[in-house]
Design a protein around this ligand. Structure first.
Ligand SMILES: [Zn+2]
Length: 336
């Protein structure tokens, strides 16, 4: 596996059998370090022939469940437990993950809005290019682990992308069921600059996730994230045996992520009072939140309403809001 146009260089041999632990060096020439590089952690585990899986976490740096789960997998999984190739990138937008921020402090880059990237671009753009053009062509499956980050909280869900024919890829469905999160979201499309579309462009299968968020992790979230990851890799025939401690999967409820009518945004700057909770089933016209104005205490709160129907799967965490902030989004029953 030789990199082409990318200026990022692995300091480990991605073709070697066994477990290689090191980093991908992102060149970064700045005032304090003229010839320096940024160390994106990478663990390559190879054993014989078999499926090839790339797992990325820390695409958004303030989403921690995947970063912990992937690091644990990197430590615990031995090369003779797998057949194939597993490449783990626990902090895929390294500068963002290092800072605990959604976007990179170096270039303000949002990795999941940066594909297909640019080998001559900013660090975030270079990372996007390397993942799409240098790595994905060598992998059968991308698992990209997300959560709600600092500003949102999600009911735990895996996510799959509909194929152009309007169906779910049968292998991705097997993987989502094996992951066994409480929900599986079916997405009609992601933006072309997302990792999901990068995987599709490169012919790789895809499984994404949204597990919790709020800038923290919980034992329950990590259990779902970690156990599901093992089960999905087992279902994909990369891991031969599951450890005894891995739970049985739950059967995910399939929900469809629809368009903008299923999102609620703050209509004013103020303090947002949620009037629904995660998991509630709502209809168009139901009240969603009240925006309060403590600087003008005599002013009545402004109510905001749902314009679509479905399950409240995501909510904003900080109470302070500005006009345009996403407060909730819904997912609807998947008929397929
Ligand atoms: Zn994310």
């Amino acid at each position: 596996m030789q990199f082409g146009r990318s200026k990022i260089t692995p300091d480990i041999d991605l073709t070697a059998q066994g477990k290689e632990i090191g980093c991908l060096r992102i060149p970064h020439s700045v005032h304090r370090s003229a010839y320096g590089w940024l160390p994106m952690p990478a663990v390559s585990i190879r054993h014989g022939d078999g499926p090839r899986v790339l797992i990325t976490a820390g695409n958004h740096g303030d989403e921690y469940e995947g970063q912990i789960a992937v690091s644990r997998l990197a430590r615990e999984l031995q090369h003779d437990e797998i057949h194939g190739h597993l490449l783990l990138l626990p902090m895929s937008n390294f500068p963002a993950a290092k800072a605990g921020r959604r976007t990179s402090l170096i270039d303000e880059g949002n990795l999941n809005r940066s594909f297909p990237g640019d080998p001559e671009g900013t660090p975030t753009s270079m990372i996007a290019h390397m993942i799409e053009e240098e790595l994905l062509p060598h992998f059968d499956l991308l698992i990209d682990l997300h959560s709600g980050g600092s500003s949102l909280y999600y009911l735990h869900a895996t996510q799959v992308l509909l194929q152009p024919d309007g169906r779910i890829n049968p292998v991705e469905k097997i993987l989502a069921n094996a992951y066994g999160a409480p929900f599986n979201h079916v997405m009609r499309e992601e933006g072309s600059n997302h990792s999901a579309e990068a995987a599709r462009r490169q012919g790789a299968l895809l499984l994404c996730s949204e597990f919790g968020g709020a800038g923290t992790v919980t034992p329950e979230t990590l259990r779902i994230c970690e156990h599901g990851l093992r089960r999905a890799l087992h279902a994909f025939n990369l891991i031969e045996h599951l450890p005894d401690y891995i739970d049985a999967p739950t059967s995910p409820r399939y929900l469809e992520i629809k368009g903008q009518a299923h999102y609620v945004y703050a209509p004013e700057d103020g303090l947002y009072e949620p009037l629904v909770t995660l998991g509630d089933e709502v209809s168009a016209g139901d009240v969603a939140a009240a925006i309060h104005f403590p600087e003008s205490p005599a002013q009545e709160p402004v109510l905001t309403y749902f314009t679509g129907e479905g399950v409240v799967v995501c909510k904003r965490i900080p109470t302070q809001c500005q006009r345009g902030d996403c407060l909730f989004h819904l997912a609807s029953e998947w008929p397929g």
